[in-house]
Design a protein around this ligand. Structure first.
Ligand code: ADP
Ligand code: DP6
Ligand code: CO
Length: 362
């Protein structure tokens, strides 16, 4: 394992991965273990200089078991999702040699070696800003580098999917589609890039953090309850989303902002409607979220054509997409007017996002 026996060594890789926000949402699984969805979804990957996860992974013969720290606190890796990702990656690990440090790890060594993981999200965790997406994408990407896994992005996206469904889309920058796939083993349920980060770089994304508190219902349990109890979800997955996917791909290809905005807003609203149709109902948005929607809807109606698109994931925080910098500046002005920073609303912070992002990088 190490050339000079008895000498301690640690090999480490650090990677950064951005989050992604779905404009056509994934909500509902047909296979809980493999994480296979009931519909395709499309997302925008954010610029990694803003909302992202940074993960360091390390291996050493001195580590006695796998351990992970999330935002400075140790968490258990016993959950199936972490184990599934680790197992898939270990099975594909290959030889690593660092001549300078005198380290050689063979394929066989990886079966016995343990890893330590330290991950940090620079934005609220479990608050509806897709921390599981950036988190698992970064975990898989950094471990794949450390273990010298020789698989393409598509295969890595399928492994990240087994950590959290939305994570498969964060392996790519720009606009990304997660194809639900047909195979029982999930081999064709992968993410593909529809357009890279330069395709539509006029877009400006503003994240309005309404509340950074951890949500009461995780995405995983929320969508399971929806599939079990909602009558609307099957109609959404089978009738509505397939048409919207085609229209959204077309809107992105043509940089057609009005269609992009109408589809994004409609899909966000339908996703929250199926949450309400769940028994017991799930409320991810709050009064401030509803006020933001009204504000954007009134503005778009007044102008006669959409200026800003909104979308809300499984949480109260708003993701607002404007079609250029001037509109983004006006949007910020309006938000600050309606939600002044010192007022007693809980809209506490604005993070401006310029453009869309690049691929993950080490
Ligand atoms: P979100 O809306 O933030 O994605 P979810 O309920 O989908 O919320 O997922 C939150 C869970 O994702 C966390 O409880 C944790 O298990 C996992 N997670 C979040 N960040 C990371 C990370 N950086 N690395 C690994 N797992 C993470
Ligand atoms: C509303 O990917 O977090 O953000 O697969 O159970 O980990 P699990 O769920 P997750 O769900 C994301 C739901 C969503 C929409 C989306 O990102 O497409
Ligand atoms: Co999530």
């Amino acid at each position: 394992m190490a050339k000079e026996s008895g000498k301690k060594w640690v090999l480490m890789v650090t990677a950064q991965t951005p989050t992604n926000i779905a404009v056509i949402k994934y909500w509902g699984k047909r296979d809980e273990k493999l994480i296979l969805p009931i519909n395709d979804s499309i997302s925008v990957t954010l610029d990694p200089s803003h909302l992202c996860t940074t993960t360091s992974v390390a291996v050493s013969p001195d580590f006695t078991h796998d351990r992970m720290w999330l935002n400075g606190k140790e968490i258990s890796l016993s959950g199936g999702r972490y184990q599934n990702c680790l197992r898939e990656l270990r099975a594909r690990a290959s030889e690593v040699e660092d001549e300078e440090k005198g380290i050689k790890i063979t394929k066989k060594d990886w079966e016995k070696l343990h890893v330590h993981v330290a991950s940090y999200n620079n934005f609220p965790t479990a608050a509806g800003l897709a921390s599981s997406a950036a988190g698992f994408a970064c975990l898989v990407f950094s471990l794949a580098k450390l273990m010298n896994v020789k698989e393409d992005q598509s295969k890595l996206s399928a492994i990240a999917r087994q950590g959290s469904g939305s994570a498969c889309r964060s392996l790519y920058g720009g606009f990304v589609k997660w194809i639900m796939g047909k195979e029982k083993d999930g081999s064709d349920s992968v993410a593909v890039q529809l357009a890279d980060e330069n395709h539509w770089d006029d877009l400006v994304i503003i994240i309005a953090v309404v509340s950074s508190r951890q949500k009461e219902t995780s995405s995983t349990s929320g969508m399971l309850e929806t599939v079990e109890t909602s009558m609307l979800i099957q109609h959404r997955a089978k009738e509505v989303v397939p048409k919207r996917i085609i229209q959204m791909e077309e809107a992105i290809k043509n940089r057609d902002f009005p269609s992009f905005a109408r589809l994004s807003c409609a899909d966000s609203n339908q996703f929250h409607a199926v949450c309400l149709d769940t028994s017991p109902p799930i409320f991810y948005m709050n009064d401030t979220s509803h006020r933001i929607i009204s504000c954007v809807e009134k503005w778009n109606h007044f102008e006669g054509t959409p200026q800003v698109a909104y979308t809300f994931d499984a949480g109260p925080n708003a993701v607002l997409i404007s079609h250029n910098r001037e509109t983004a500046a006006l949007l910020l002005q309006r938000l600050l007017f309606h939600f002044p920073p010192n007022s007693n609303t809980d809209l506490n912070r604005y993070l401006s996002q310029s453009g869309i992002c690049t691929d993950s990088n080490v």
